[in-house]
Ligand binder design. Structure first.
Ligand code: GDP
Ligand code: MG
Length: 150
């Protein structure tokens, strides 16, 4: 029957993208969404959010205790973040490729961080975007940022 067939469909690969406060402030949200869509991925959710300490502590739990952790959380609360769920085959590593290396000075031209980012001499790398790094992180992060998304 239809409901059974629908429920056995494999869930499409999804990743969590964040346009960080530097990207939103600089008016690059549209450009970043354009790159995701032009690559052929589908936007499933897009929402401007003001992150709380609790949300960021959960999101960045793996970095707790590192020297950049405090400045990172502070930076992520310095303005709204555009939270995005993008979907498509290979989207988890695919968006990481689009984003480029963590340090925007090292990020290759052609990437979001390479084309649009630079080092600003701050205590945290202001590198425009976040992208989930594995299936497990993607599931965990999407549940944190979009608890009501089906
Ligand atoms: P990502 O997956 O490429 O975003 O990098 P990570 O998960 O390793 O780090 C999370 C975020 O913390 C990065 O996107 C940067 O904003 C920041 N960050 C990571 N490593 C460093 C570092 O060595 N120094 C500074 N200043 N910031 C960092
Ligand atoms: Mg990471």
């Amino acid at each position: 029957t239809l409901p059974t067939e629908a429920s056995t469909q494999p869930v499409a690969e999804r990743t969590l993208v964040l346009v960080k406060p530097d990207g939103v402030r600089r008016g690059l949200s549209g450009e970043i969404l354009r790159r995701i869509e032009t690559k052929g991925y589908t936007l499933r959710a897009v929402e401007l959010k003001n992150a709380t300490t609790e949300l960021l502590a959960a999101h960045y739990a793996e970095h707790e205790g590192k020297p950049f952790y405090g400045p990172l959380v502070e930076f992520m609360m310095s303005g709204p973040v555009l939270a995005v769920v993008a979907e498509g085959e290979g989207v988890i590593p695919g968006f990481r490729s689009l984003a480029g290396a963590t340090n925007p000075t090292d990020a290759a031209p052609g990437t979001i961080r390479g084309d649009l980012g630079r080092d600003w001499g701050t205590k945290v790398q202001q590198n425009l975007v976040h992208g989930s790094d594995s299936m497990d992180s993607a599931a965990r992060e999407i549940a944190l940022w979009f608890p009501n998304l089906r």
